[in-house]
Design a protein around this ligand. Structure first.
Ligand code: SAM
Ligand code: SF4
Length: 322
């Protein structure tokens, strides 16, 4: 079991396999970064896997593959297969923008993936194109359809931004509900990489929009998940992730690994340690020691909550994996 310096049990590892992305979402990566991390600095799947095995053996039970856009990385299905084969019963999931999902869905399912989160900010082609700064909707919807078709559990993520897609909260909710998918509305998190002057809908505003059409009741959070859940009269449950409320640090159960091998104890916390040397030398004991050291340094609260500008983090979401 992994326990941090504040007694929190850590069981969830998010692994970013690339910072690169084929979208330019206004709230995340509106412009191509000045330079990408050179490909030779990325850890190979074998190296990432060595660390993942250590983490699982130490007590990690849930792993999410993310990015950047994880489906840009070739042979992702083989990576999933390696992880899945190491430990059955692991909660293994993927977060993707869905653009390449149609081609990948069956391979991912056959490799042992059970769940996929797809970011879907709009059902209007021109709005989706404005948000991602690229024509994306048709391919994303085809990806979602294929994922459902092959039997993956699909969850939709939406970030409602005022003046762009905020008027589509109900439409995206209904789209998810009609297809048996769950949905999480994520409050826009201000960060210095995003396009200036974006304003997200608050969790309260999202609740008001949904409540005007569908009565619902709050049913709290599930375990250490940051989403506040709400149940509609017909039993459908939707979630809102409300980072501005700052109430989920106290039972935070997660750590993050970047594609370059930086192990990060908290999304909004700059200190991190590299596992690169250890895994490249095959030093299992060294990797386990770094994992424990990072846990000892996991802060009680994210630094974002102390910063009125909410812009503390020097790491981009596309680097940490969101
Ligand atoms: N490219 C994949 C995708 O878009 O799903 C995975 C990586 S993305 C960084 C992971 C999640 O972070 C997405 O659901 C995205 O909407 C969310 N995200 C990115 N920037 C955000 C921001 N500034 N505020 C809130 N959510 C954000
Ligand atoms: Fe890419 Fe995902 Fe960031 Fe959009 S949110 S730019 S799809 S990493």
């Amino acid at each position: 079991m992994l326990v941090d310096g504040f007694g929190r049990q850590v069981s969830y590892l998010r692994v970013s396999v690339t910072e690169r992305c084929n979208f330019r979402c206004q709230y995340c990566m509106p412009e191509k970064p000045f330079s990408w991390v050179p490909k030779e600095n990325l850890l190979s799947f074998e190296d990432l896997f060595l660390f993942i095995k250590v983490a699982i053996d130490e007590g990690i039970t849930k792993i999410r593959i993310t990015g950047g856009e994880p489906l840009l990385r070739t042979d992702l299905d083989n990576f999933i297969r390696m992880i899945n084969a190491h430990k059955s019963g692991l909660d293994l999931a993927l977060t993707t923008n869905g653009f390449l999902l149609k081609e990948a869905a069956l391979k991912l399912k056959n490799a042992g993936l059970k769940r996929v989160n797809v970011s879907l900010d709009s059902l209007k082609p021109e709005v989706a194109a404005r948000m991602a700064q690229k024509e994306v909707l048709e391919k994303v919807q085809a990806g979602i359809a294929e994922a459902l078709h092959v039997g993956l559990k699909v969850k939709i993520n939406m970030v409602p931004i005022k003046g762009i897609n905020a008027d589509e909260v109900l439409d995206v909710l209904e789209y998810a509900k009609e297809r048996g998918m769950s949905i999480r509305f994520i409050e826009y998190m201000e960060n210095k990489f995003a396009k200036e002057k974006l304003q997200g809908l608050s969790a309260t505003e999202v609740q008001e929009i949904i409540g005007a059409r569908y009565p619902f009741k709050a049913i709290g959070r599930q375990g250490a998940s940051p989403a506040h859940l709400f149940e509609m009269d017909d039993g459908y449950v939707f979630g809102i992730i409300d980072p501005h409320k700052h109430d989920f640090c106290e039972d935070c159960n997660r750590i993050r690994l970047t594609a370059e091998g930086m192990l990060i104890p908290c999304l909004y916390f700059d200190e991190a340690m590299s596992i690169k040397d250890a895994v490249q030398k095959g030093d299992v004991a060294g990797a386990a020691e770094i994992l424990k050291e990072v846990l000892r340094n996991k802060p009680e609260k994210n630094k974002w909550s102390e910063d009125e500008q909410n812009e503390t983090s020097n790491r981009a979401f596309y680097e940490t994996g969101g």
